[in-house]
Design a protein around this ligand. Structure first.
Ligand code: FAD
Length: 294
């Protein structure tokens, strides 16, 4: 089925524009890694401590840390299960591959006016975004919709938490350093979509793309009930980017206590959840893939 109204936008450019607009509006933009949240004795959140030793204090601490959120909460208060994410969200990664498409009538010409291709269900869910005009010039981006967790024992809080590999940040970007048993899936995505019709598509780079998944695939946009001044905006479930133009409005409404009752209930930290199963439901663990090494 072709949806002529569907489209796509490059995430990096969109995010850069939002950051520039925020800075132009007076936001102080600092780059640092949050080591842990800071709390007073009564669990009021007062700010963050960064890995370079700086402290940022705030009256509202809004955690938008995506896949890292469960680990960061556990690191911040290992002895306080009421602050932990538990089953509310799970970090998971899907494999993407950038395929270099050669020029010519059997290569790039075939993508002239090509739509996004989505094969959402069945045994091999996948999607492909055709070569773009700017940063993805000549590159087709293929995703295997099979999210893997990376479950790790968090000693201080004595629980298993899925978390991206923090010690090797290069693994968070484009790489060729992934096992064959994993990258073979990208070749299968390419072959499923293009067969012999496009020739010579070779992998340029792979990426494990992380997100935090919630059981009902709705966001968590909520005050944290166990800590005053702490707010959460996470739970993208692999489909939150498209809301970039509007999601801020709802996060601000949440901070101001002005979310409608219906949305506040839907996106609450604690809610009655009906789990759903979709292609973006985490269903494997990276450590079970032959050849996968941290
Ligand atoms: C392969 C792939 C394809 C996707 N395709 C689509 C799509 O087509 N359409 C769509 O709508 N969505 C898509 N998504 C989903 C979308 O990208 C996510 O849902 C969305 O980005 C989640 O937003 P977030 O703010 O919760 O987390 P993120 O965007 O992951 O942002 C979290 C940020 O917090 C930072 N961070 C984490 N921990 C710390 C720390 N301790 N200190 C400082 N910073 C920290 C991270 O570096 C990151 O920048 C896709 C996701 C993937 C992985």
């Amino acid at each position: 089925m072709l949806s002529p109204e569907a489209g796509w936008a490059e995430a990096a450019g969109a995010l850069g524009a939002v950051v520039r607009a925020a800075v132009d509006a007076g936001v102080r933009y600092e780059v640092a890694t949050a080591e842990r949240l800071l709390f007073e004795k009564d669990d009021t959140c007062t700010g963050v401590l960064t890995t370079d030793g700086r402290t940022f204090e705030a009256q509202h601490v809004l955690l938008c840390s995506g896949a890292h959120t469960p680990w960061l909460l556990a690191e911040s208060a290992p002895e306080k299960p009421s602050l932990h994410a538990g089953d509310r969200m799970t970090a998971a990664a899907v494999l993407m591959c950038l395929f270099k498409v050669p020029p010519g009538e059997n290569g790039l010409d075939k993508f002239e006016g090509a739509p996004i291709m989505v094969h959402p269900f069945g045994g091999f869910p996948a999607e492909c975004i055709p070569p773009g005009e700017t940063s993805t010039r000549g590159l087709a981006k293929c995703t295997h919709k099979f999210p893997y967790t990376r479950k790790t024992y968090h000693e201080p809080s004595r629980q298993e938490i899925s978390v991206p590999l923090l010690s090797r940040p290069e693994r968070m970007t484009w790489t060729m350093d992934l096992p064959d048993a994993l990258t073979a899936n990208s070749a299968s995505v390419r072959d499923m979509f293009f067969g012999d019709s496009v020739k010579g598509m070779v992998p340029e780079a792979y990426r494990l793309c992380w997100d935090s998944s919630t059981p009902d695939e709705d966001w968590i946009i909520s005050p944290h009930p166990a800590s005053k001044n702490l707010y959460i905006a996470a739970g993208g479930s692999f489909h939150a980017f498209k809301f970039l133009p509007i999601i801020g409005k709802y996060v601000v409404q949440m901070l101001d206590g002005k979310l409608s009752e219906e949305l506040a209930r839907k996106w609450a930290w604690d809610r009655d959840t009906t789990p759903i199963v979709t292609p973006y439901t985490p269903r494997g663990d990276l450590k079970d893939i032959p050849g996968y090494l941290d």
